[in-house]
Design a protein around this ligand. Structure first.
Ligand code: MN
Length: 432
């Protein structure tokens, strides 16, 4: 859709909605009643458009109908596997049906359900989950804690650094976060101990849903990488820093990250984000150019994203006092040193098979300045400078009952905005 023609909907709660105006139309999987089979829907204002019910009205046909039928198993995997064609066709049809003065209004209106009365599920079966490390300020901030003189390792500006995460523990927003147990080496101790993590942290990340995927042995050229991106979400890569510090050498994070990863449940499509794309920031003088398989002029010109990211913390004391969650970080996806297309091209350059429903995390997206840090590890400089909240509380790491809420918003003058909805999780005490 031409962004200058962003139109109003006859469904009035969509107009001016901070997250889900008409031009967003993110895809998700929901249930209205506990125990019923999950089904696909689209967020619109305060509502969910029930796509199965919409199909039942006879108003869908062709590729748009194929898109909905592909979700018959209660996941978006089938839709992701179809690539961009049916996804775009569905979007175009929904825009036509939902726009102000659409003649089909009376048939579509009964398919709109109260969003807050529905439960959202994981949108897809996660095949594989890969977490990258492309937030260069985060890499610098964390590196500085360990290597003050040389925070970035020599490979950083050549290789989009990543590791294989745990797909089985990805959960949708709202799922409780049980404080994990693990091995740690307490300060000054010579032997490790087993116990609950005392340095539980969050990581503010952009999530990327993959599809349709490539065959084993087939490389995705960077010029075709955009076709492999099915949508975007927010991702909290919960991290137990004390477990991580003890276990991470030489192979990287393991149990310090695999206990849970939370994603926002709505899949914001590449089409919805099109108006908020921007040029990848030029590399600073002296940085190497990306190797040719990672360099595409079109990707450099339009392949970055301008999404404002926010972290809020709701402590038990704030909650009991009826206070709102307090913002503790404000950042932007422009902190990514590599574009999403570069991540796809790099991941597949060895012939690795990507599949519909695979999930990428960007890595923590921090800015360079105080107030822009996407993890407590950075905010508190490794637990040395406590974070002070407005009610006088302090935090070095997360305490039981703390709730972390990630939000994302896009805005461009004259184009209106959109949001991702929330990615939320509350810390529960470790098992006794
Ligand atoms: Mn991470």
């Amino acid at each position: 859709m031409n962004p200058s023609s962003m139109s109003r909907s006859w469904w009035t709660s969509a107009n001016g909605h901070a997250d889900f105006p008409l031009h967003n139309l993110p895809l998700g999987i929901f249930t209205q009643v506990d125990g019923e089979p999950p089904r696909p829907g689209v967020a619109l204002g305060d509502s969910i458009l029930d796509l199965r019910a919409l199909d039942g009205t006879g108003l869908l046909s062709g590729a748009a109908q194929q898109a909905v039928h592909a979700c018959a198993d209660g996941t978006l995997n089938g839709l992701f596997a179809l690539g961009s064609g049916p996804r775009r066709a569905l979007r175009e049809r929904l825009l036509a049906l939902l726009t102000e003065h659409a003649p089909e209004q009376a048939q579509v209106a009964p398919c709109l359900l109260d969003r807050h009365a529905c439960s959202l599920h994981l949108p897809a079966r996660v095949g594989d989950y890969t977490d990258f490390y492309v937030g260069i300020e985060h890499a610098r901030n964390v590196g500085r804690l360990f290597r003050p003189d040389n925070p970035l390792l020599p490979n950083y500006k050549y290789v989009p650094i990543g590791y294989h995460g745990r797909a089985s523990t990805v959960r949708p927003s709202g799922h409780p976060v049980l404080r994990p147990w693990g091995q740690t080496l307490p300060a000054g101790a010579s032997e490790p101990r087993l116990g609950p993590s005392a340095r539980l942290d969050f990581e503010l990340e952009l999530g990327i849903w993959l599809g349709p995927g490539n065959a084993l042995g087939e490389v995705v050229p960077i010029g075709e990488a955009a076709e492999q991106v099915a949508g975007f979400c927010l991702l909290n890569d919960w991290s137990a820093r004390d477990l991580q510090a003890w276990e991470y050498q030489p192979l990287g994070p393991f149990l310090s990250k695999s206990f849970i990863t939370t994603v926002s449940p709505w899949v914001v499509t590449p089409e919805a984000l099109m108006p908020y794309r921007c040029a990848q920031a030029p590399r600073p003088e002296g940085d190497p150019a990306p190797l040719p398989y990672l360099l595409d002029p079109e990707d450099q010109a339009r392949g970055a994203l301008d999404i404002q990211l926010e972290v809020l913390l709701l402590t038990p004391a704030l909650r009991e006092a009826g206070m709102p969650a307090e913002r503790i970080a404000l950042s932007n996806t422009q902190a990514m040193y590599w574009t999403v297309a570069q991540l796809v091209a790099h991941h597949s350059v060895n012939g690795c098979q990507l599949q519909a429903g695979d999930l990428f995390g960007s890595g923590t997206l921090s800015g360079a300045l105080p107030g822009q840090h996407g993890s407590l590890l950075e905010i508190t400089e490794g637990g040395k400078q406590p974070l002070r909240l407005s009610n006088g509380e302090t935090r070095c790491f997360l305490e039981d009952g703390d709730e972390v809420i990630l939000r994302a918003r896009c805005h461009r003058e004259g184009l209106g905005g959109l949001g991702f909805g929330e990615c939320r999780g509350r810390v529960l005490p470790a098992r006794g």
